[in-house]
Design a protein. Structure first.
Length: 81
């Protein structure tokens, strides 16, 4: 049973770490593209920023769902029953 809990904790750490790595890379690329778009056409700044905020809100909701799934695995693990 200890090996199952240790493997679960390791996998949760990997899931969260890779999720934040992907999030950081994605937000960095998105920020660069937004700066490029606003630099080329400054009149569309409000539209571009509104679209980016929508994307970031959806991404943060997915990260919160990941945390919920990780806590579900930590405290209600079906493999330890």
């Amino acid at each position: 049973m200890e090996t199952v809990l240790a493997s679960t904790a390791t996998c949760i750490g990997l899931m969260i770490g890779l999720a934040f790595l992907g999030l950081g890379i994605g937000v960095g690329i998105l920020g660069g593209r937004v700066a490029e778009a606003v630099g080329r056409n400054p009149e569309t700044k409000n539209d571009v920023v509104h679209s980016v905020m929508t994307i970031l809100i959806i991404t943060s909701i997915f990260i919160l769902l990941l945390f919920a799934f990780c806590f579900l695995l930590l405290f209600f693990n079906p493999l330890t029953a």
